[in-house]
Design a protein around this ligand. Structure first.
Ligand code: PLP
Length: 403
């Protein structure tokens, strides 16, 4: 076979991504190596997926073991890893019932369909409006991208599903004015992630819950990015003290093995009767076995307390860097979902920092044009944080000096 490199991507892949010229070939913990043997520290974590880093030995062991037992059945039969994972999720959260999917978008698709169905079943077909928020991101299926609040992702895909309203985030008054008996669900990320790392205020989250109760609307928390320990709680709702009716989880749930889940209560779950929704792969034994182990490791008080203290360490490094360069207006997010919001002078240039970081052997992310996003593996050590921040400091310096 001919040599494979970044050019091969342009030759054989649909051009909907623009990957870096670096092609990673191996990962271990928080480190990644490219095809030329160069080492990188990974503060991208596969976009908040590799919560336990790359090739975590316990996950590798479970995956190997399960691969010799049972790979796939479909949902014509259930399987023990799926039952075990669902039981653990029920034990550790508000939920009574679980639906498995393969991705975050699919978990949200299920959530939005369930919210509509529940509205129809209990209040009639007029109760179908879904309210969501500007800059939110919920996936790339036509329904989820339409519920998301970023027109750049829906343009050209019209006609879009109807019955959707987008409001400014953290604006309780706007929500109060928009809600009515027709509202079947309010959908929110506890921290808007892709759209710029914007934390919900406590007041907003509590207010949304109260308004949902007032109008018999379901509160859907998209915890695809904030879930599985990312914020220092197993799920962000636990830290906010606001319990949703439906929660979606994916990304770090499988630690890099594709899986998604929708969590809800028995009463709501009952609106999905036999045959109303489904997935061939959802609840796949390989994915569920891995996710079960991920959950065992992350749903642990000491592990979660560590995430919070690592946040403090990152913040102190970032503040020190900012004292030198004054590039950040604010450090946002929670736990190890970190948003470095650029000062207006640097707006539109987040990508330049990402590129400079790669040159320093550091993988970071952006969240829109104005925010540098860090979503490192939750297992990152203090030494790795210091080394990563030293590389980041050099990256920031190189952007400033070449501007
Ligand atoms: N919801 C949120 C909050 C996300 O951040 C993402 C992905 O970035 C998704 C949903 C979509 O998940 P997936 O790409 O697994 O479909």
């Amino acid at each position: 076979m001919k040599q494979l490199n970044r050019n091969t991507f342009d030759e054989v892949m649909v051009p909907n991504y623009n990957p870096s010229s670096v092609v990673p070939v191996r990962g271990a913990g928080c480190q990644v190596w490219d095809s030329e043997g160069r080492q990188y520290l990974d503060l991208a974590g596969g976009i908040a997926v590799n919560g336990l880093g790359h090739c975590h030995p316990e996950l590798v062991k479970v995956l190997k073991e399960q691969s010799e037992i049972l790979w796939h059945l479909s949902n014509v039969w259930t399987n023990e890893p799926a039952l075990e994972l669902a039981t653990k999720l029920v034990d550790k959260t508000f939920a009574d019932k679980i639906f498995f999917s393969n991705s975050g978008g699919e978990a949200n698709e299920a959530a939005f369909k369930l919210a509509r169905k529940y509205g129809h079943d209990h209040f009639g077909s007029e109760k179908n409006e879904i309210i969501s928020f500007v800059n939110a991101f919920h996936g790339r299926t036509l329904f989820t991208v339409s519920v998301g609040g970023q027109p750049k992702y829906t343009q050209g895909f019209e006609p879009l599903p109807g019955g959707l309203t987008h409001l400014p985030y953290n604006d309780l008054q706007a929500l109060e004015q928009a809600m009515s008996d027709k509202t079947c669900a309010v959908v929110m990320e506890p921290i808007i992630a892709e759209g710029g790392i914007i934390n919900a205020t406590d007041e907003f989250a509590k207010g949304v819950r109260e308004l949902c109760d007032k109008y018999n609307a379901l509160l859907v928390f998209d915890e695809v990015q904030t879930g599985m320990g990312r914020t220092g709680d197993l799920y962000a709702y636990m830290g906010l003290g606001v319990t949703p009716d439906i929660l979606t989880s994916a990304k770090a749930l499988g630690g890099g093995f594709p899986i998604g889940a929708m969590l809800t209560t028995t009463k709501i779950a009952n609106s999905f009767g036999i045959g109303t929704h489904g997935s061939t792969y959802g609840g796949n034994p390989l994915a569920c076995a891995v996710a079960s182990k991920v959950l065992d490791i992350i749903a642990n008080d000491d592990f979660l307390a560590d995430v919070k203290s690592k946040r403090a360490l990152f913040e102190s490094h970032l503040q020190r860097i900012n004292e030198r360069f004054q590039v950040f207006e604010e450090i946002r997010g929670k736990g190890l979902l970190i948003g470095c919001a650029l000062v207006p002078e640097w707006h539109g240039k987040a990508r330049a920092f990402l590129d400079a970081a790669m040159n320093q052997g550091l993988m970071v992310l952006v969240a829109g044009l104005n925010v540098i996003r860090l979503a490192p593996p939750l297992i990152i050590s203090e030494d790795e944080i210091s080394e990563a921040m030293a590389r980041f400091e050099k990256a920031v310096e190189s952007v400033i000096t070449t501007a």
